[in-house]
Design a protein around this ligand. Structure first.
Ligand code: PHE
Length: 463
């Protein structure tokens, strides 16, 4: 049975698929904002340090679990230790919760792409455009469904023909688009109504130069926690994805090298997304404009900036939203694969059935998420103070509650029950060296679970 499992045809195919998962909306709409808020270069340095320690530990563990067990998230933990079966269940529920709302947002991106390519970009810059779109009756549902069906089609084609092929095409194009827009962003110079001239290069300085002046220890701790939360989400860990993808890695591939490449790819795209966004936002909107992140940045601030750019703005807008579609699509593919592979392994059904089954569930929940801004509108306050609708509630439960639990339990399982050698042996079985081995042991047993516990308590509003 194990021998029959399909696999990526090449190491680079795996790296690009995993990078495709990691590079998503988080890189584009959250990383630049956090960097600008948290002291520019200071955040970047802390992020990179955490990526090669904390991120590396969790990513390596999940990929190794996948390759060693050759199982999907739902069944892998049970195979390692039957007492941890529940962990597989949660690790499969997380992507099932994420995919409906991720597709809703993917649909929004698609809508904006269509708006720009049909020459109506100007309308998107008008106040209220975004709200009137997401609160409308049918449009968000239709766009969500198109995005989800595109994802399902690729999953249906399979690991090699679908996921690998798509990632090998989209990821290199994505890098080119991001770097291209970043270069353009640096050439911007804008004079505002009050006559002040601001350039993209000034914005770049805010992004890159570390500012520690006036920062207390508490502030630095906030920066560390922000960087950790971002990293965790950005590497797509704790939602079964890397286990599913790891299970398709050939036994002879060098895991350590792939893991390093995935981390470098994800961090580079996040970095360039900052070079793309911060200089443009600063030049056109000044420092006040930099307080937007998430949907507000992508769907409200960016269209206004494209509008300000004049005729070239429409073109940049098209390229920008196309790039975001690629980033969101490859992430959504990975989420669906975590679920579909789980259904296939648990219920012994075909890829086709599992895909159809999950697509129907996701369409139904996705519709409810869309209606959360329409017929099913209500507001609640989350423990972290944010006002939330259905989408935000699902995001909060999956990201702030379930994912830290999955990650902490994985650390306990690997660090204390089966011991770190379980992962180390898997990684080194091809004869390659496990760089940072000592670091890995300390991280997985002590530091990572403690850091995760702090992150968890903080998200619950307890710390
Ligand atoms: N890692 C993706 C990002 O940075 C987000 C993501 C979340 C991807 C959930 C897959 C699943 O945006």
């Amino acid at each position: 049975m194990n021998n029959k499992r399909t696999s990526f045809s090449s190491s680079i195919g795996f790296v690009l698929a995993a990078a495709g998962s990691a590079v998503g909306l988080g890189n584009i709409w959250r990383f630049p904002y956090l960097a600008a808020k948290d002291g520019g270069g200071l955040f970047l340095v802390i992020y990179i340090i955490l990526a090669v320690t904390f991120g590396f530990t969790l990513l390596t563990s999940e990929i190794a679990i996948g390759r060693k067990t050759k199982q999907s998230p739902l069944t892998a933990y049970n195979k390692i230790n039957p007492k941890f079966r529940w962990l597989g269940t949660i690790a499969c529920i997380v992507p099932m919760m994420i995919i409906p709302y991720y597709s809703v947002i993917g649909g929004w991106v698609l809508k904006y792409f269509v708006t720009f390519i049909t020459g109506s970009g100007k309308e998107a810059a008008v106040d209220g455009y975004f709200t009137s779109f997401i609160t409308s009756d049918y449009e968000p549902i239709i766009y969500m469904a198109i995005f989800l069906l595109a994802t399902a089609f690729i999953i249906y084609l399979g690991v090699e023909k679908g996921i690998e092929t798509v990632s090998k095409i989209l990821m290199p194009v994505l890098i080119i688009l991001v770097v291209g827009i970043a270069i353009f962003s640096l050439t911007i110079s804008h004079t505002d109504d009050a006559g002040a001239v601001r350039t993209g290069l000034d914005g770049l300085k805010i992004y890159l130069i570390p500012s520690i002046e006036g920062k207390s220890l508490d502030d630095i701790i906030i920066v560390i926690m922000d960087a950790m939360g971002q990293l965790f989400y950005s590497l797509s860990i704790a939602m079964g994805i890397m286990i599913a993808y790891g299970s398709y890695v050939r036994d002879e591939d060098n895991l350590m090298r792939s893991i390093n490449q995935i981390e470098i790819f994800d961090t580079l795209v996040a970095f360039f997304a900052g070079v793309m966004i911060i200089p443009a936002v600063y030049a056109f909107m000044g420092t006040e404009g930099m307080s937007a992140s998430g949907p507000g940045l992508m769907f409200i601030s960016m269209p206004k900036i494209f509008q300000e750019m004049g005729s070239v703005g429409t073109f940049i807008g098209i390229v920008f939203f196309l790039m975001v579609i690629f980033a969101a699509l490859t992430s959504c593919i990975s989420i669906m694969e975590a679920i579909v592979s789980s259904f296939m392994d648990e219920f012994h059904i075909s890829r086709r059935r599992a895909t159809v089954f999950e697509t129907i569930i996701a369409l139904a929940i996705g519709t409810v998420v869309c209606l959360g801004y329409n017929k099913l509108y209500f507001e609640v306050s989350l423990p972290n103070g944010a006002v939330a609708q259905i989408l935000d509630i699902m995001d909060y439960i999956s990201n702030n509650i379930l994912m830290p639990i999955v990650a902490m339990a994985t650390c306990i399982l690997i660090g204390w029950i089966v011991k770190p050698d379980y992962v180390i042996d898997e990684v080194t079985k091809t004869g390659s060296r496990f760089g940072r081995e000592k670091l890995y042991r300390i991280m997985i047993q002590y530091i990572a679970p403690i850091m995760l516990a702090i992150l968890f308590l903080q998200a619950l509003g307890i710390l």
